[in-house]
Ligand binder design. Structure first.
Ligand SMILES: Cc1cc2nc3c(=O)[nH]c(=O)nc-3n(C[C@H](O)[C@H](O)[C@H](O)COP(=O)(O)OP(=O)(O)OC[C@H]3O[C@@H](n4cnc5c(N)ncnc54)[C@H](O)[C@@H]3O)c2cc1C
Length: 443
């Protein structure tokens, strides 16, 4: 039996953005027994960009890892929403105010830089955090001493059971922990097919050295979104303006008949070019730079919201409980907020009893759940507005874009809307958890 809360054995399943943040936040709070089990051989993140919003940066800065992530990132000072077919600008939104208002700029970076920064932060605590890569976790059981089976990928090694005092299911959109929790509680919550898929593409500077138009985008501090019916492309430079990152959204065709377990597939370049064949020549040229064989398509799936993220001494974190469409660029940011809050609430544990652990984890859920699900809904709504085809709704949206050009009204591309930014960037969930812990713990 652990003598002090800081001696509790904490098992973290998954070393993605949520798992790494939980591990680092808990180590910073002085927890001594943190074990992270990761299916992959290493962090192994697919090459892709990621938006580093101020609410994410605030958590990372508190954990001491923001400076090195920021050093490789690109500061975004403006965003432009454009008609895909004609490249006509629908809206231009300056974003320089974000730094002064929220204390951090809106940046974009490489996923490996974000994950690597968190991982390096964890490695500063070798006596507290142990990593178990190439180890798959499943058969999670609940109760005061949750446990699971750890199966090393090395088939010469036997699977073994691991028992912990607290288990954090940070195992992503296909979370086994989530499935086990819902099974136990008799809750049905299905995977929701969004009917959308995404290509993620990176173009290196040397590939476009003779293309002044694309070089200007590469050297800019701008997020550009080209929109069309049921499709869009969002693009921005990353890695100190040496890579131009594109992420598309289009109707899902290739995964429609695939099982729910299929999330990525090697895409066909000619099919990708066909999907955007009515977009403007510059976009076509951009897509043309992608080397044959390097097109990767992702299925965009989300889950129905679930009534609880916590059962006994087990909590779900990140995409395991609130997977989202990427249209608000908040998926990883929300997983990272989860990690900050987990650190804050477990640091306030008054004792090591299972009842206190459950109550503290419930404080995490109370602080995080409604906010995370509101942003999941907002991301879906933003996608719907961006993907409108001809009709009254699109006319109304385009009236909003026109009003915006006159300096008034909301931005239909929600991540760039100042009121939405206030709700997302202006809220410090770690601080809320600290301030409201006693009240929520007692409730
Ligand atoms: C096209 C696209 C663009 C996006 N853009 C952005 C963006 O700009 N900004 C943003 O904030 N978010 C973005 N996101 C969302 C973001 O990538 C996710 O929300 C985020 O990675 C979730 O973090 P996580 O830790 O919950 O899950 P993950 O990062 O998926 O990590 C889960 C980890 O658990 C491991 N794992 C799974 N099962 C097991 C098991 N059984 N045993 C052991 N390990 C296991 C996995 O290998 C993985 O490492 C985007 C997503 C997509 C699809």
């Amino acid at each position: 039996m652990a003598q002090s809360p800081k001696d509790l054995r904490i098992a973290i399943l998954g070393a993605g953005m949520g798992g790494l943040t939980c591990a680092l936040a808990l180590a910073k709070e002085g927890f001594k027994n943190i074990d992270v089990y990761e299916n992959a051989h290493d962090l192994g993140f697919v090459g892709a960009g990621i938006q580093l919003a101020p609410n994410m940066a605030r958590v990372l800065d508190r954990l001491g890892v923001w400076k090195q992530i920021e050093a490789e990132a690109v500061n975004i000072t403006e965003t432009s929403v454009r008609v895909g077919a004609s490249d006509t600008e629908l809206a231009h939104v300056p974003l320089e105010y974000i730094h002064d208002t929220y204390g951090y700029p809106h940046m974009v970076g490489h996923r490996s830089s974000l994950a690597g920064g968190l991982y390096q932060g964890c490695l500063q605590h070798p006596d507290q955090i142990r990593f178990h890569f190439a180890t798959t976790a499943d058969k999670v059981t609940f109760g005061p001493k949750p446990s699971f089976t750890a199966t090393p990928r090395d088939t010469t090694k036997e699977p073994y059971r691991v028992e912990a005092d607290i288990l954090l299911g940070c195992d992503g959109i296909k979370s086994q922990t989530r499935v086990a929790m819902l099974d136990l509680l008799g809750i049905e919550a299905h995977v929701k097919d969004t009917h959308q898929a995404a290509y993620r593409i990176m173009i290196h500077k040397d590939q476009i050295k003779d293309d002044p138009e694309l070089l200007a985008l590469m050297n800019s501090n701008k997020v550009t979104r080209w929109i069309g019916e049921k499709r869009h492309i969002i693009a921005y430079p990353v890695s100190n303006n040496t890579i131009y990152n594109l992420s598309t959204t289009q109707p899902d065709i290739n995964f429609a008949a695939a099982t729910n377990a299929t999330y990525t597939t090697r895409g066909d370049k000619s099919v990708m070019l066909g999907v955007f064949s009515d977009f403007c020549p510059m976009v076509q040229r951009m897509l043309g730079y992608v080397p044959e064989g390097e097109v990767c398509e992702w299925k965009l799936r989300v889950h129905e919201p679930i009534p609880t993220w916590v059962h006994e001494s087990v909590a779900l974190v990140g995409d395991a409980c609130h997977p989202t469409l990427p249209h608000l660029a908040q998926g990883a940011a929300q997983a990272i907020e989860d990690g900050g809050v987990i650190g804050a609430v477990l640091a306030k544990l008054p004792d090591t009893s299972p009842a206190s652990i459950t109550k503290a984890l419930k404080v995490y859920e109370k602080v995080r759940k409604d906010r995370a699900y509101a942003l999941v809904e907002l991301a879906a709504a933003s996608g719907r507005a961006l993907h409108l085809g001809d009709g009254a709704a699109k006319e109304e949206r385009d009236r909003q874009f026109a009003a915006l050009r006159q300096g008034k009204g909301p931005v239909p591309d929600k991540w760039a809307d100042a009121d939405v930014q206030r709700e997302i960037y202006g809220v410090d969930t770690t601080e809320i958890a600290r301030e409201r812990f006693d009240e929520l713990f007692a409730a």
